[in-house]
Write a new protein. Structure first.
Length: 307
């Protein structure tokens, strides 16, 4: 059987429109490897649910390690703050309160605390919030640089984060207390792999944003997407065998999945509204993301169908 199965539907309206539905695979060059690109415009999602629907801007959803709590960023009260709720975004509870933006929530493995970034001191600094203490936070990393997008190692002992100073992107690691700061490369928006052996991140080395991998000590740098479009917001599947990210390679930002075992890309969403910041639930059943598809930034959830 050939790689493609093509169905053509012709509709006669005031004009003639030809709709192509392509189900199959297309070679996609990445470095020296051939990735196949799978397009499933009708079958890649089993369930799609809008979780927030008020007029505030809601974004950057992240599920707790036990799969029971949703954290996200919202402007419900004017400024960006961190909220938590159940996994359907019901009964949201505000956990940060600042006149400056609080952003980029990241859970600790024990699910008792959360790291986030705040501009409350005039620059991006990383804070830690203990969820059992109502308004107490402490500053983890504060260097006068614009640090953001922290992530915690699976053992809870270290963090990785991006920094942007004078337009230069850099990746840093530190202990969970903020000690032993070490620059490990160039890039932003890092995510620790589930086994702690790799760090996923975004770099613009080639002139546009692509997805890269590196070891926690900065060795074994590896570019895993190559495209003239922007590939952003990567995160891991719970098993560490797939990566979900957002890309505008089809004209606007949609959600894509890269299967690392077979080098196959699958486009999950197909909508003119931008879909960004995807994150898997710990059980691998759902992918949470934010979207403009209804004219407002809201939190959505989909159930992917992947081979």
């Amino acid at each position: 059987m050939s790689c493609f199965s093509i169905r053509i539907y012709v509709m006669v309206l005031p004009f003639m429109a030809i709709s192509l539905i392509i189900v199959g695979c297309v070679p996609f060059q990445v470095g020296k490897k051939q990735q196949s690109v799978a397009f499933y415009p009708l079958d890649s999602i089993r369930e799609l649910t809008r979780l927030t629907a008020d007029l505030s801007l809601d974004s950057k959803p992240v599920i707790s390690p036990n799969g029971q709590i949703l954290a996200f960023v919202s402007k419900k009260h004017g400024d960006s703050d961190i909220f938590i709720s159940d996994t359907m975004a019901k009964n949201p509870q505000q956990i940060t309160l600042s006149r400056n933006s609080d952003n980029n929530p990241a859970w600790t493995p024990d699910k008792k605390s959360m790291l986030f970034v705040s501009g409350r001191f005039g620059f991006g600094a990383i804070f830690k919030k203990n969820l059992n203490q109502e308004r107490i936070t402490y500053q983890v990393v504060a260097r006068g640089a614009n640090d953001f997008a922290p992530d915690v190692s699976p053992d809870g002992k270290a963090i990785v984060f991006g920094s942007l100073t004078s337009g230069i992107e850099s990746l840093w690691t530190a202990s969970i207390e903020g000690a032993n700061l070490t620059q490990i490369g160039e890039g932003i928006f890092p995510k620790w792999s589930p086994d702690g052996e790799k760090i996923l991140f975004i770099s613009s080395k080639g002139g546009n944003s692509d997805v890269w991998l590196v070891n926690p000590d900065g060795s074994n740098l590896n570019q895993i997407t190559v495209n003239i479009a922007e590939d952003i917001d990567p995160s891991w599947s719970p098993e560490g065998d797939k990566i979900v990210f957002s890309s505008n390679r089809t004209g606007n930002f949609d959600i894509w999945v890269l299967d690392l075992k077979v080098d196959r890309l699958t486009q999950l969403t197909h909508h003119p509204g931008d879909d960004k910041n995807p994150n898997w639930s710990p059980d691998g059943k759902y992918i949470y993301f934010d979207s403009h598809r209804n004219g407002n930034m809201d939190i959505w959830r989909l159930m992917p169908v992947l081979e």
